[in-house]
Design a protein around this ligand. Sequence first.
Ligand SMILES: C[S@@+](CC[C@H](N)C(=O)[O-])C[C@H]1O[C@@H](n2cnc3c(N)ncnc32)[C@H](O)[C@@H]1O
Length: 316
Amino acid sequence: MSHSPEDHIPVLAQELVDLIGPQPGDTVVDCTFGAGGHARLVGEMIGSEGTLIAIDRDPVARARFQEFESTASCHTRFLPVEFSQALKDLQNEGIRAAGLYMDLGMSSLQVDAAERGFSYSHEAALDMRMDPRQELTAGEILNEWPESRIKQVLQIYGEERYAGPISREIVRRRPLNTTSDLVDAIKAGMPTAARFGSGHPARRSFQALRVAVNGELDAIDAALPIAWDTLDVGGRMAAISFHSLEDRRVKQFFAGLAVGCICPPDLPICICGHEPEAKLLTRRSITAEESELEANPRSRSARLRGALKLAERPAV
Ligand SMILES: C[S@@+](CC[C@H](N)C(=O)[O-])C[C@H]1O[C@@H](n2cnc3c(N)ncnc32)[C@H](O)[C@@H]1O
């Protein structure tokens, strides 16, 4: 399926823009450009003196960026690599940003490109790579990894209750060639009643494999501290997550930065002098309003968190 820039609906877009508060002339980093929905809004706000630096490891996003750049009113730049690497490169160049955001997970461009294997609803090869230059595919995991490791992937990244029997079924049916072979193995590994529970029975396993293929959680862990260091004092950072494994990382990262005194609780006065580096802009995560849920079902699991940078990280 092809998309025009207008038919892509960015998730929690107004909420994200309100949180980051882009100002004319700002430099803002979009770590997950995708179809550029958020970037378009931010670009309009930073205006002709501002710079939007976009990152995405998917070449399809790069093609979208080229369309964006031809009409954007701000300065633009694109880094076609994994975001923790791109942020390191920006840091090495001495770039500092007033705003930075990540809209994690996969884009609608990726899910709807049937041949890329992200969707359990389309017959395709077992690929799931966001960056086709990468070697590891879902097919390699499913056909070559030991059963115990596949079980771990399904359990940890998909929180799949039937990870054991599903991984056994996957190994028994090797070789698996297509997404339909995988869906069949998943269904066969589940008790009948569980196949008719809420949502598609393959949803959790497909999520788990995608996270494993793309090393998504490691990428977030690596990127968060570099992203924070890229922000100027007074700058704002935000992240939209789509499952609890992502959201937990973002939440704990911001919470750690917002800690003030770290003296033992029994000390009557503070002697550590530790100051918070961040002020939380969201005590609880922001979720989609009813109207957005109706217009864009993908927003159902989206959670937005943000923080304001109060001070530089103390040198160690
Ligand atoms: C949810 S989409 C972003 C959608 C975008 N905000 C929009 O409005 O169109 C996530 C994008 O981030 C990219 N991505 C995910 N993890 C990445 C990583 N570690 N490094 C670089 N790009 C990544 C994906 O390729 C995908 O295009």
